[in-house]
Design a protein around this ligand. Structure first.
Ligand code: SF4
Length: 461
């Protein structure tokens, strides 16, 4: 969500003449887009802001702004603690950013705007193709809704991003069409709980929205995140079979394998219901990749509760997980729960869980060795590779991209198989997987993928 917001900020400030620059020293404006989901992320914000104080002393005209969830949560406390900060803007104030910056430029004042609204202001006038990008994007996020109504007891999102509000399907479809026109081939539809898209406003359901996006010419892949297990509908399960552009991957956060802890988290589903949904997904789409989020050390989590989470991991065999130690967030109910778990115990549990999951991730990745995977090329990999050719040892550039199941693949071009057909960013390439690691795969391109026809064959097979 923050990556998407940062992209929106870039688009909004482009008409005022601002362009992204990687050097803080040369920048006229520095915007720190923040995350409050975990304590560590929040600490990093303040330590980073502290480091900017020197820069501001040397260049008093530099404007420093803080946006995102920490800005929303802390408001005017930020400039009180960090007087070199000029602007604090909340999660609903992004659209007002050009006006806020203009005001600071003209009046050299300090501003705090953390007002929240019930409607999502559209940014239709600011389109991707209007940006002068030296390196056009092939994948992009598109937010379809904002906020959350679920109030999981550990989570700050409903407080810092507000109540759940969905965008109109027409605006979403238009945004995707604009992105496709600018060269984007894969979109990830974003929401805190995409499964409840449009319910409150009685718009299209999420599967209906997916069907509309699936119709867009020139778009190659659709992904979405995040799904709440309690709202995963049978229609969405069927979409994985019926929609040719929808990738075979779902991120379905389980958070814990213990019913007692799920209840304390206010997740509104049981371990049994979660497992039932996984079965449905796999029965409908056997090669679907499933990833998840897990919190360890939630208040009151006993060793037996934690064992239930490990058991669930063994039962599901996720393709990957994001696991975190529980940390108190301001004002959420869980911060007031008793029976907090000691830091060392949380660390040990996290390590045990990650070790277990690594076996499954590696096992799933190894199963792909020898198969051909369709990869959308996202660019050059940072690393070059040495390989033994028939005559000598050669150094090759590596390309990087993702499979339909969202696994990172680094690969080299096999010159023999595709004479003259150079790989470039945005191409879809058939890659033979040769090696598997815990977080990526590597291989060699084997033939060019011809867009439409072969994708249809693949889906019907
Ligand atoms: S559904 Fe997700 S975003 Fe919403 S409160 Fe729960 S954890 Fe937070």
């Amino acid at each position: 969500m923050n990556v998407y917001d940062s992209e929106q900020i870039e688009k909004l400030l482009a008409p005022s003449g601002y362009k992204i620059n990687s050097s803080f020293e040369a920048a006229d404006l520095i915007i720190v887009n923040t995350c409050a989901i975990r304590e560590k992320a929040e600490q990093k914000v303040f330590s980073f802001l502290g480091r900017l104080a020197d820069l501001k002393r040397k260049r008093p005209n530099l404007i420093i702004g803080v946006g995102g969830c920490v800005a929303q949560q802390e408001g005017k406390k930020i400039p009180e603690r960090m007087p070199h900060v000029d602007l604090v803007f909340g999660t609903h104030a992004i659209n007002r950013l050009p006006y806020l910056i203009e005001k600071i430029e003209a009046e050299r004042c300090k501003l705090v705007d953390i007002e929240m609204s019930e409607v999502i202001e559209e940014l239709e006038s600011v389109i991707e193709s209007s940006l002068d990008r030296s390196d056009p994007k092939v994948t992009s996020f598109v937010t379809i809704m904002r906020g959350c109504d679920n109030f999981c007891t550990y989570c700050v999102v409903p407080y810092v991003r507000g109540r759940e509000t969905s965008r109109f399907p027409e605006s979403i479809v238009n945004e995707v069409k604009c992105l496709v026109k600018s060269g984007v081939q894969e979109v990830t539809l974003l929401g805190q709980n995409v499964n409840s898209y449009g319910k409150k406003e009685k718009l299209n359901s999420f599967p209906q929205l997916l069907a509309r996006v699936n119709e867009i010419d020139g778009l190659f892949r659709i992904r979405f995140t995040t799904s709440h297990p309690k709202d995963l509908s049978d229609d969405l399960v069927s979409a994985f079979k019926n929609m040719d552009k929808l990738c075979n991957h779902i991120h379905l956060p389980v958070q814990s394998g213990s019913n007692k802890i799920l209840k304390k988290m206010n997740r509104k589903y049981s371990r049994e219901l979660y497992l039932e949904k996984i079965d449905k997904l796999r029965n409908n789409c056997p090669d679907i990749a499933v990833t998840s989020d897990i919190i360890v050390g939630f208040p009151g989590e006993t060793k037996a509760d934690f064992e239930e989470t490990l058991d669930l991991i063994k039962e599901v065999e996720f393709d990957g997980i994001f696991a975190f130690k529980y940390s108190d967030r301001p004002n959420v109910p869980a911060a007031r729960f008793t029976n907090k778990i000691a830091e060392q115990e949380k660390k040990d549990r996290l390590q045990a869980l990650l070790n277990l999951q690594e076996c499954f991730t590696t096992k799933k990745n190894r199963a792909l060795i020898g198969t051909n995977e369709l990869v959308l090329v996202e660019g050059l990999s940072k690393k070059k590779v040495d390989r033994d050719d028939a005559q000598s040892k050669c150094r090759y550039v590596q390309w990087t991209g993702r499979t339909e199941t969202n696994k990172v693949v680094n690969f080299i071009q096999d010159e023999g198989v595709i004479p003259g057909d150079r790989i470039s960013k945005g191409k879809i390439v058939n890659v033979k997987i040769e090696k598997a690691y815990s977080h990526s795969l590597s291989g060699k391109s084997v033939q060019r993928f011809e867009r439409r026809t072969k994708l249809c064959c693949l889906k019907l097979a």
